[in-house]
Design a protein around this ligand. Sequence first.
Ligand SMILES: Cc1cc2nc3c(=O)[nH]c(=O)nc-3n(C[C@H](O)[C@H](O)[C@H](O)COP(=O)(O)OP(=O)(O)OC[C@H]3O[C@@H](n4cnc5c(N)ncnc54)[C@H](O)[C@@H]3O)c2cc1C
Length: 474
Amino acid sequence: MNPSSPTVILGGGFTGLLTALHLCHHRHSRPIILIEQSDRFVFKPLLYELLSGEMADSQVQPRYEELLDCDSITFVQDTVQGIDLHQRQVKLASGLHYSYGHLVLALGSTTNYFGIPGAEEYTFAFRTGEDALSLGRHLRACLQQASQTDDLERRRTLLTVAIAGAGPSGVEMAATLADLLPQWYHKLSGSPEEIQIFILNRSKEILKGDINSHLRQVAEKALQQRTIPVKLVTEATVSAIHPECLQYKQQEHQKTIAAATIIWTAGTAVNPLLKELDIPDRLRDRSGRLQITPTMQLPDFPEVFVGGDNATLAMMLPATAQVAYQQGATIAYNIMAMVQDAPLKPVKVTLRGTLMKLGLGEAAANLFDRFIISGRSGHLIRHGTYLELLPTPVHNFKATVDWLTDEVFSRHSHPNLSNQPSSYLVQRLGDIAAVLVVFSSGALFWRTIQPSLFNQMLQPTGLPVLLDQIQQNQ
Ligand SMILES: Cc1cc2nc3c(=O)[nH]c(=O)nc-3n(C[C@H](O)[C@H](O)[C@H](O)COP(=O)(O)OP(=O)(O)OC[C@H]3O[C@@H](n4cnc5c(N)ncnc54)[C@H](O)[C@@H]3O)c2cc1C
């Protein structure tokens, strides 16, 4: 292999971006080329916050140019069209070709419509920042039209949302909209009780077979406690989607829901580029994900590493962000080990529990499958955890500060607490304690990975000295 052959990373999501940042941070000796179709990294678990306006665009989907502050990474905004594993070459939509010494496949997944007629054409997907923003624009337009029409049937359709799929995305979406739409409609002088939100599920139970199934009861309760209770339709198989109409089968009966907004959260499919790779079916799982070795390599192509939603290991892991970003760190380590002829290490992923947004300012945290914390405390834990994961410490710090300002100074008012001064005080003290925990762990995290930058930027605040003193006293 040519010693100057670059390390090419395909896809700048959780796996790809984290691989690139780790390689850069550890001064990888080869050029790093990150190829990604979008100009922004998308922190998918926070897309609901982008839709609702709880978090800003720059927080949920920061631009790569802000995140990749590293001379050894070349960012190429382009779409990968083909990968030749034998020639070690990648072809891009622009016509450019890149040869690689090492390749990282981190292209994520796409939406699965299961061939249901009309599903792709007439539903909203929810995977990208643009999906979240265009859904928000559409919902506002529906509410606006509803507030101005006297036609009862039309208003009912405009005010109805149907969500296909009661997995985690469907449940989080339903819970968010069931608090958000009444707020938006109220501002237009509409009657929020006219809004209907349906969530359709094929089986009897929501979150079935999902890593979040421990949160089923909390989630079911939360769906009923929203500003508008969510209508759960179980054992419903969606059979077709038409403009403003969802058709489903339930106990042999064909039924329909007239809804101006139909959201598809029912399935995930493997990235189509993976299907075209010269890899036999015996080295894939049923959904087409690629089997990898414990060191995250393709069995027949050791120079190719695969992670996140593209990979399947002997130990089944859920397709989640927490798996993807931990795998990114191992991939970076192993690529550098290969370059230095050092031993590679097997990937070790720690599942830390799950988090679900269950309404505005409400969430549930399942910590290590042992404790469930729900409501507002769950919300603080969810946000604090995600802020820890945001991709670079500087971004983390900025998002943390922005978020803390909103929480402490309460941009979102809580009318039910305003008449109870003592519980309000307890709630505020609890929030401030949680904020301090999040803030100090964020600061320590930042200092651990970038000590010189941390000291340089925060010296004037006295924080580095304070942290030193605290650590000496421990
Ligand atoms: C709405 C939603 C909510 C979620 N919530 C959670 C959650 O709460 N907790 C959790 O752990 N996980 C959650 N997930 C799952 C999690 O986001 C994924 O498992 C994770 O993003 C997978 O990481 P990845 O690196 O494999 O792929 P991704 O993060 O999806 O990154 C893939 C990247 O590849 C790029 N790409 C794709 N095709 C091409 C191409 N042809 N050319 C160039 N670039 C390309 C994409 O633009 C993308 O940036 C959620 C997912 C969604 C959709």
